[in-house]
Design a protein around this ligand. Sequence first.
Ligand SMILES: Cc1ncc(COP(=O)(O)O)c(C=O)c1O
Length: 412
Amino acid sequence: MTVHPSSQFSSVATKHAAQRKFDFRSDTLTQPTDEMFDVMKAASRGDDVYGEDASVRALEAKVARLTGHEAGLFCVSGTMTNQLAFKAACLPPPSSVLCDARSHVFRYEAGGLAANSQLTVYPVQAQQNGGHHITVEDIERHFIPDDQDVHMAPTRIISLENTRDGTILPLDEIRRIRDFCDAHKHQGIRLHMDAARAWDAAAATAAAANNGQNDLASLGQALQEITGLCDSASLCLSKGIGAPIGSVLVGSHDFIRKARHFRKQFGGGWRQAGGLAAAADWCLDHVWPKMATETHVLAQRLALGLEQRGRFKITVPVETNMVFIDVRGSGIGLAQLSQRLEEEANILIGNRNATSDQTAARLVLHWQITPEAVDAFLDVVERLSREAAPEHFVNDPSKGTTNLETSVYASR
Ligand SMILES: Cc1ncc(COP(=O)(O)O)c(C=O)c1O
């Protein structure tokens, strides 16, 4: 019997849907939907390396407009758009970058800044606001002037991350850092933002201003205020926005022209990318407006329930879609929690192999996490809490260790 390729595909899709789990490990783990595949089918099929794909061009122009920049470049990943931002800035060696010590560009891009752009990173420790975000004072303390001291690599770029661990960098602080860069124009300081989840920051800000009623216009205005202050910004589409693949780098026309050139050199020139651009565009219109009212609200509900029903500690303020927990003192082990969530509620949080002294985890919500999944999560936690055996209580603060100190990426 011959099986038609499309029926083969749909049987794979059906099987896949039946096995569907609620994945709290990251917002990168959303899955493309049938609507997205429909949109992809209707997309243009030109060659993006030749600059001939209409869907890619439309997405780049849309993200540039939404962020208050002249031009955009659609790339395969957030790591690529961040790395291209530094490379295309063409900073003369010896040069250095200041960024939050916890930031993705420093910790999780495989040493790319040194390898690709010969940049030294001076990680900045956030010393105010309980470490919530870095401030201009923190930056001043680490700033390296270009004053002929041959031992040093002068600061040429400041890189911010927004959101970082789900927390929002206050707009006033971005303005103060922008002013600092302008005051050091003679040293040519650029301001970059890893705005992978600035969509979340804008959604939360716009919802606070509009009683939760977000439309694309109010979202765009909030986003533009955040990203328009930077010389470049990298916005991921495959995270909270829910697209299958992609990230857009925005900046001036000249800057994006250079970035496009280096994208080719990195091997990232893609050909018929229109379908992916169209899917991302669809997600912007359909997922972004619901982000604050659905996903962020669910994150709050989860955090509150975990505190009340499981005695978990919430270690980072829940401002958007992430909930950082510490299970110390709850009587529930991380590996046990992970296993029971998967078995009883089809929920993945990673950390199945956590050792008994690993107590910290990151939970990430996204548009494919339903209210029912959050309720099921909390029911499992409540059951575990009732069963909690005294030997599982790790109350001594010196005993718990956090695997987040090495990486937030939890394997299954
Ligand atoms: C803040 C931040 N920036 C950049 C990236 C890189 O994105 P990608 O995984 O698409 O390379 C991530 C990925 O999780 C991230 O969390």
